[in-house]
Design a protein around this ligand. Structure first.
Ligand code: F3S
Length: 284
């Protein structure tokens, strides 16, 4: 069996930077160390950090009760309001927001200042999108897909700025832009799908179109992994979404001669290697 592993699979630069930041704090010995939300969508990594004393803050209410130690903002970023609460808490704040996300915060802030409506193509429940929404003082809308963009109605004469969640499907964003530009607003479009996501999606699409089966590894809640799964499923009908090697039923693999493997931005290299070994070991 031939196995093709995507070179772009695994930790992206933003996730790696955030995880390293937590490791540095643990090594520095200062306590307690908090992360606002799990640092990445990977349970094994989060469990291992928690075993070494890292505490996850789950809500704004929990945040209000913290007055010492270090709080790390993960790569998804937070709203300006949450950041203000952190800064006034008395704890040291380390901002590991990915620079690609930070750039969108800047666009949102400017849109608010200029009286422009901010339109975000993304998932309104995702922490990155919620953070972005909190950087504009103006009107803001989130559209999940083409249909919601069709339905979006702004007041006549509105000026709007369209951005994408960094992990949005790039091809889908182009379709959304096409719908947006047909509307009668004065608008500008910022192409904010990050380059790591773009590379990962393009490579996954490419591999999925030439293999018998495609394995996508990542957390169930990881938005970029869900999108990878969607992209690969469109090209390869035997696409499997797994978190660990144990999730993979190897029976169907007996008839596959070419298998592709890719992984989301928060999947550690060790798990990708384990899955590759697992597939290799179980081939007939
Ligand atoms: Fe940053 Fe893109 Fe990763 S926005 S956190 S480099 S997926």
């Amino acid at each position: 069996m031939e196995i093709i592993t995507a070179q772009s699979s695994g930790f992206c630069f933003g996730v790696e930077r955030a995880v390293n930041e937590v490791e540095n704090q643990i090594a520095g010995g200062e306590k307690p160390v908090y992360t606002y939300g799990p640092i990445i969508h990977n349970q094994q990594v989060v469990d291992s950090l928690s075993a070494r004393g890292v505490i996850v803050i789950h809500s704004e209410e929990e945040l209000q009760n913290i007055h010492e130690g270090t709080i790390i903002i993960r790569s998804h970023g937070v709203s300006r309001r949450i950041q203000n609460i952190m800064e006034k808490s008395g704890a040291t704040v380390i901002d590991a927001t990915c620079p690609f996300v930070k750039k969108i915060h800047g666009i949102a802030e400017e849109a608010g200042r200029n009286g422009e409506v901010l339109v975000i193509a993304g998932n309104p429940d995702h922490p990155e999108v919620q953070g972005i929404m909190g950087w504009t003082e103006g009107e803001v809308h989130v559209v999940r897909d083409e249909k919601e963009m069709e339905e979006l109605e702004l007041a006549p004469g509105s000026r709007a700025v369209l951005v994408a969640q960094t992990t949005y499907n790039k091809t889908k964003f182009e379709d959304i832009v096409a719908i947006f530009t047909k509307k009668e607003y004065s608008y500008s479009v910022k192409y904010t799908v990050c380059s790591a996501t773009d590379r990962r999606q393009t490579e996954a699409r490419d591999i999925a179109s030439k293999v018998d089966a495609m394995v996508v590894i990542g957390g169930r809640h990881s938005s970029n992994t869900q999108k990878l799964y969607q992209i690969c499923s469109e090209k390869c009908r035997h696409t499997y979404f797994i978190e660990t090697p144990d999730d993979l039923d190897m029976k169907p693999f007996q008839s596959f001669s070419r298998v592709g493997i890719t992984a989301g931005a928060s999947t550690p290299k060790s798990i990708i290697e384990e899955v590759t070994l697992h597939v290799r070991r179980n081939e007939c």
